[in-house]
Design a protein around this ligand. Sequence first.
Ligand code: PLP
Length: 415
Amino acid sequence: MPILGLAPDRYPTKPAHFDIERVIRPNILSLHPYRCARDDYSEGILLDANENALGHSIPPSAASALEPEVQPTLALDLHRYPSPTHDPIKARLAELRGLPGTEWVFLGVGSDEVIDLLIRVCVAPGTEKVLITPPTYGMYAVCAQVNDVGVVKVPLVLEGEEGEGGERGRFAVDVEEVKKAISADPSIKLVFLCSPGNPTGTLISLSSIRSILEYEDFNGIVIVDEAYIDFADEKASAVTLLQEYGNLCVTQTLSKSFGLAAIRLGIAFAHPALVQILMNTKAPYNVSTPTASLALSALSPDAIELMKSKVSTLVKSRGELLRGLEQLRPLGLGAAIGGNDANFVMVPILEKNGSGRPDNVRAQKIYKTLAEHEGVVVRYRGGEPGCAGCVRITVGSDEEIKVVLQKLGELLKSL
Ligand SMILES: Cc1ncc(COP(=O)(O)O)c(C=O)c1O
């Protein structure tokens, strides 16, 4: 059955054993998408979409009370539905990540919407499953449960050299175990990998990803979540594999390196067949006009330069945070764990008696006291596999790093 809206046979790909029509749920494959009012005509006297011809009613007095940089938002065509496609944003993203064109790019309301949509189009409720590799981002399992699909867990390698990543280091993907799980359970439709990992901060090697993509027993799709990729080595992105593999989807976001978490713009880069399926299934106007306008500005050449310079500042600051944490080790703090390839670090809090063992109770006490008495909020992650005693600390501004190190030092002395 042809995928509606997809130009036929333009995109040869590997692997030979993969057939997207066996992955997408039959009800989605046969879907006749909702046609938007703006799919056909978007100029002229627009009386086709039951919008408000008189415009919005936010009074000028309210507009002048807004910060000057927010005011241009009110000059947008807010009474009109947004574009269902946002091709100019897709074109800039395709260029930024070295892809041939807009047909390789899907936009969602944050990458969280993309994750949910991928599950909805591929995995049948009640009978089919996704595979995740804990410790990992919590939304994969939450979305799976919301959609009533099963979750198979294959933990990352939890032992080994600190922060090595690569194919066998600590927090690497256990490729052989993933393959075993796939062979044992043909109902697994999606494999979620997170690179750099949250909360591990560890990159997944492209050779591990390739090995799962090429595994003949797997007829599903590998999703590589690259929310933090701009904080890592430029060559680490799995986007470079996309034109080779039809069973790969790479998700990214403007929430982290671009500093635009509030606007909710997430991205899936994938083979045009999968992008077309996602387009056919999404809500018609998922990305709002204010979001699109800000995203387009954020993807101009000047803005990308500025983003890169802020990322390099944060990467330097990450080094300073790690050096500051190292100095607190005599107070009962372990060495940072994971690859430190994102904009956060993970550090275990140890027993006070010098045993060197991670201490979840002390970690929780320090986490709570930091938040409730010192005004510094970090994230307790001690319950995650391989993360005993850990708190995750986002790399802040210079001043924020100074404060967190000082407060953490004080609490390590007193608690
Ligand atoms: C690994 C990972 N993926 C996705 C997201 C969600 O990103 P978005 O803001 O694009 O929904 C996060 C947010 O923390 C994350 O850590």
